[in-house]
Design a protein around this ligand. Sequence first.
Ligand code: BTN
Length: 253
Amino acid sequence: MSAIAADSLSFDAVAPHVRGRFGKPYLYEPECESTQLLLVGSGLPEGAAAATDHQTGGRGRLGRRWEEPTASSVLVSVMLHPPAGRHLPELSLVAALAAAEAVEGATGLSAQIKWPNDVMLNRRKVAGILSELSDGTVVVGIGINVNQTRDELPDAPTPPGSLFTLTGTRHDRAALLGSLLFRLERIYDGWRHGGLADLYGELGARDFLRGRRVTVDGEPATALQILRDGRLEVETAAGEVRAIESGEVRYEV
Ligand code: BTN
């Protein structure tokens, strides 16, 4: 068995890659229902992370499931204690930026963000973000498809890929998780200090939907841009320009 085939996200594997506050404390279960459940309502400090090698009830956005074969993915949730009065949906974009940077660092391919929470590589979704709010804290869950083969990827509305299917090489999940936690900490600190405005340059440059024909909750439109407040600006088929806060955006594949 190769070192990568035997890899895990155990504390011993990941600790050498943890360089900052995020990832401390680090909770690891070889298998669990969902890493979100290990943190939501836990009272753990900011930066606490929970990871696993397999979820039996992984949660996606909009009530969907998030499924993966054991030891194929990065599956992590991170506890955030954002300041009061902030616009918390922005944290999905914060986490998506961190995941895009981490994936780009690992593959050398340029990563984009499909508003509001998907990370795209070569037009394939390789990562998704789920943010859950409880008592003023936010648990951001990040799932990255790392070593799945094409057959192991799920059927999904946005065509999925993994770092393996897109690069042809297997990737070290523990190192990728360390890089993700470090980047999330830096980008989150930037957001705490200066809001989305501080991150807008990078966000705008990674805007996957810009100029694409889309449907918003089934209604045809053209995506114009991610706005400075994190909403998506679209122009409907009737020529009305609208900013949307949430919803399902599909694009013409
Ligand atoms: C999506 O794109 O629909 C969001 C997927 C989020 C998946 C991650 S995996 C780690 C964390 N635990 C979960 O149950 N979900 C998130």
